[in-house]
Write a protein that binds this ligand. Structure first.
Ligand code: SF4
Ligand code: SF4
Length: 106
């Protein structure tokens, strides 16, 4: 599973890779595993409102996490009995959490 996540202030995010063993995407395609980090590494900062432009984040050299399992409750072509079967997903920076934008309505 190739997961690219731009929710930089999540404690599992490391340069756009997700370090969690498993994640859970809810009905609204939001990542329910998101937990705000209280101690962000400098490379994890991406404050668009302050800087007025988006600074390209560092990208982790190795994003493929074979063992990452994604449970998902969203209606999606890639959802097979609650498990995501996509080869990879992109998670964007939503207001409250990461949001899966690979979602395709069936
Ligand atoms: S928001 Fe979800 S996908 Fe992104 S790093 Fe956090 S746990 Fe992983
Ligand atoms: S691609 Fe579809 S099945 Fe996979 S996590 Fe995103 S919404 Fe869920």
């Amino acid at each position: 599973m190739d997961l690219k996540c731009k929710k930089m202030n999540c404690k599992f995010n490391n340069s756009c890779a997700c370090m969690s063993k498993a994640i859970n995407i809810n009905k609204l395609c939001e990542c329910a595993t998101f937990e705000k980090s209280n101690n962000l590494d400098k490379k994890q900062h991406q404050d668009i409102s302050r800087d007025m432009f988006e600074v390209a984040p560092e990208i982790h050299p190795f994003r493929h996490n074979k063992n990452l399992s994604i449970e998902c409750s969203a209606e999606c072509l890639f959802n097979e009995h609650g498990i995501c079967k996509a080869n990879g997903i992109s998670v964007m920076n939503g207001k409250n959490s990461g949001v899966c934008i690979t979602n395709i309505e069936p």
